[in-house]
Write a protein that binds this ligand. Structure first.
Ligand code: ASP
Length: 337
């Protein structure tokens, strides 16, 4: 009986998409990259074939852009920045161009980056005129003595650093504007609409990459949550909540209901469970996403790469835009199955 249970457990773990390329006896791959484009109410029923094709193409472009950089032997940070910039420039994702609107009808963008080799990190919050917030976060990490900058101060810093600025109208998209009107209506009437569930997904973007030297970098970029108020900032720019990286354990980028990810320090907890508790990246991620967050109703997911190059993608929502590549293996998916 016990023997059967062990076999069943082994089989279940081997079949779980959560961790890929997980054979501990195999040497670390030359590189690994994993991306997400947000987790939430993403179902086949709520998606047209044309939209699905658009999302798959955008994810493919982001993944390929990052992978090519790693194949050339360049550092993980370059791959993370490039992959995230592709998604920030796409109106499909809730980051950069496709950012959601605040209650006041503005776009306020957050991003962060962490380098697992040096332990250095950079983050920005509440940006309104920066085209690619991930590049701003990298500038904070590499060119300042600080970790986090917000609002006008952060934008002034970006100006000095020569980071690309845009007029706030650059971030306007009709789809996100309609989603805000819907959210305001729902707020005032208390009646939830049955409108396109795609609009209810959040759509933050993130990337974790490991380069040929085994250095792990994690980054996350977002417009936050539709109808956010009073300068709200979520988990995405908070090191340890939405983003974390340490070469000794793993790199993590999260997406989902930010308040829950902050309260549960999700990204750091994955690394801490590995570092102090001897758990695998897969075990730690599954615990955080399916148990700890679920107990409080926290919806979302995460992507991670551990120090051996194992890739993890876990989420407790209906779907998560996601993809990964290691030499000889590649996958892009949207739904649970
Ligand atoms: N985590 C983001 C936030 O709360 C939103 C998301 O990932 O969809 O700002």
């Amino acid at each position: 009986m016990k023997y059967h249970l062990i076999i069943l457990l082994f089989f279940t773990m081997a079949c779980n998409e959560g961790e890929l390329s997980s054979d501990k006896t195999v040497k670390r791959p030359d590189y690994a990259i994993v991306i997400h484009g947000g987790a939430g109410t993403i179902t086949r029923e709520g998606m047209t074939p044309a939209m699905e094709a658009e999302y798959l193409a955008a994810l493919d472009l982001a993944l390929t852009t990052g992978e090519e950089i790693l194949k050339e032997g360049k550092p993980a940070i370059m791959a993370v920045e490039a992959a995230i910039r592709v998604m920030e420039d796409s109106p499909l994702f809730n980051a950069g161009k496709g950012a959601v609107f605040t209650h006041e009808g503005k776009n306020e963008l957050d991003a962060s980056i962490m380098d697992g080799a040096s332990g250095k990190a950079g983050a920005v919050g509440g940006l309104t005129i920066i085209k690619n917030p991930i590049s701003a976060a990298i500038a904070v990490m590499n060119q300042s003595e600080h970790v986090m900058m917000v609002g006008k101060g952060a934008e002034d810093f970006c100006r000095v650093m020569g980071i690309e600025l845009v007029d706030p109208t650059y971030f306007f998209t009709d789809r996100r504007w309609k989603a805000l009107q819907q959210a305001i209506l729902e707020d005032s009437t208390g009646v939830l609409s049955e409108t396109d569930p795609q609009e209810k997904k959040r759509g933050t973007v993130g990337c974790v990459a490991m380069d040929k030297d085994g250095n792990i970098v994690a980054g996350t970029s977002t417009g936050g949550m539709t109808n956010k108020k009073f300068g709200r900032i979520g988990d995405s720019p908070i090191i340890g909540a939405g983003t974390y990286a340490d070469n000794k354990s793993c790199g993590v980028s999260c997406t989902g209901h930010g308040e829950h990810f902050i309260r549960n320090t999700v990204a750091r907890d994955v690394a801490a469970m590995m570092e102090y508790g001897g758990k695998s990246c897969q075990e730690a991620s599954a615990y955080l996403i399916h148990q700890k967050l679920m107990e409080k109703g926290g919806e979302g997911g995460l992507i991670a790469i551990d120090k051996r190059g194992n890739v993890v993608m876990e989420f407790n929502s209906e779907g998560m835009y996601r993809g990964f590549a290691v030499p000889g293996q590649r996958m892009i998916k949207i739904y649970k199955d």
